[in-house]
Design a protein around this ligand. Structure first.
Ligand code: APR
Length: 185
């Protein structure tokens, strides 16, 4: 269910309520942890629905490059998922705005930059860090949407970026954040 949509410099930024594992965008983003070994929440759902190839490629990455630091992003195949790629990023465990906001901004920005480098045209994000990592929802929504919209305003090759919220409550928080950004970008 789509709750909001904005056109930004030739791209669409949409907010919807749904399950990210069902999205047919070129790639979906995973809110992972630095070990890339899977977990609960959206991470668990993506690994379950995508199958073992995702974990295999994550393990190879960690063997070759080490753990993925918070705010960085890497990509794997998407296995059985309808998307072609999974971009794994690590959000901050919320401590304070001063410490956590730059890391959350970086998680969104690095995911978008990697998608652009890979020639991806459509991408779905979950609400990074607002579950197990306890980032306050309203603040996280503001950070997510302002980071995505400023990247799209630069003239991104991404045609569609979708925020996929798991609950209606989350979807409404993101819609309110979007309304604020539209009023004063
Ligand atoms: N589709 C979309 N969103 C989902 C789905 C899904 N299938 N499942 C859960 N979510 C939502 C949650 O409701 C929450 O709003 O994803 C958001 C992020 O919550 P978490 O998955 O807990 O992610 P995060 O807060 O970033 O914590 C990351 O949790 O699972 C572990 O391995 C992960 O250790 C890492 C930590």
């Amino acid at each position: 269910m789509e709750v909001s949509k904005q056109y930004i410099a030739g791209s669409t930024l949409a907010i919807m309520v749904g399950d990210i594992t069902e999205q047919h965008t070129d790639a979906i983003v995973n809110a992972a942890n630095s070990s890339l070994c899977g977990g609960g929440g959206v991470d668990g759902a993506i690994h379950r629905a995508g199958g073992p190839i995702i974990l295999e490629q994550c393990r190879t990455y960690v063997r070759e490059h080490g753990r993925l630091p918070p705010g960085k992003a890497m990509a794997t195949d998407a296995g059985e998922l309808p998307a072609r790629w999974v971009i794994h990023t690590v959000g901050p465990v919320y401590s304070s705005d001063r410490e956590s906001k730059p890391i959350l901004e970086s998680a969104y920005r690095e995911s978008l930059l990697l998608a652009e480098q890979m020639g991806i045209e459509s991408l779905s994000f979950p609400s990074i860090s607002t579950g197990a990592y306890r980032y306050p929802l309203e603040k996280a929504a503001q950070v997510a949407l302002s980071t995505i919209s400023s990247q799209l305003r630069k003239g991104s090759p991404l045609r569609l970026v979708r925020m996929v919220c798991f609950t209606e409550r989350d979807g409404l928080a993101y819609k309110r954040a979007m309304d604020k950004i539209v009023q004063s970008p």
